[in-house]
Design a protein. Structure first.
Length: 161
């Protein structure tokens, strides 16, 4: 599923992802192996040569084949995945930006901020504030279904006082 999302996002205009897989590029099993490895080791130091080693190709051949298969260079793919992981962590945790940067395999908060701003046009802190503000405007966004219909005496006492 992730492979289809990646291919669809980076497909050249007028080119469906399913038709691009038949040309030169990485075999589907090699591409799946690389993407799974990236997702599992995103917090570490990932290098193109290490990804190439997973596929049994030279770094140069791997980079060309990866770009033909996915639509972007492996280095840019890694950056995109790190930015997406940072967004997910900002939405789902209260980790500091420094902790998020390290969890995404970046050297420090400044590195995260620089890459994040380059890709989204805003800083991580501003993006997080905006996301949280948007979440507060939608009622029941964080509330679970069980809490919405809670008629326990405790909630009745709280509404009475």
């Amino acid at each position: 599923m992730l492979l289809r999302e990646v291919q669809a996002r980076h497909a050249p205009a007028g080119c469906e992802p399913s038709t691009r897989g038949s040309g030169p590029g990485l075999a589907r099993w090699k591409l799946n192996r690389v993407i799974l490895h990236v997702e599992q080791h995103l917090d570490g130091n990932l290098r193109v040569r290490d990804l190439a080693r997973l596929t049994g190709l030279s770094p140069g051949h791997f980079a060309r084949a990866f770009q033909q298969s996915v639509g972007i260079a492996p280095r840019h793919f890694l950056i995109e995945r790190r930015i997406e992981r940072a967004k997910t962590l900002m939405q789902t945790s209260d980790l500091t930006l420094c902790e998020i940067a390290l969890a995404c395999g970046l050297s420090d908060q400044a590195h995260l901020s620089r890459l994040f701003r380059r890709h989204t046009g805003t800083t991580p802190n501003a993006w997080r504030r905006e996301w949280r503000a948007a979440g507060q405007r939608t009622p029941n966004f964080v509330r679970s279904p069980g809490l919405a219909s809670d008629d326990s005496p405790r909630s009745a006492d709280a509404s009475a006082g």
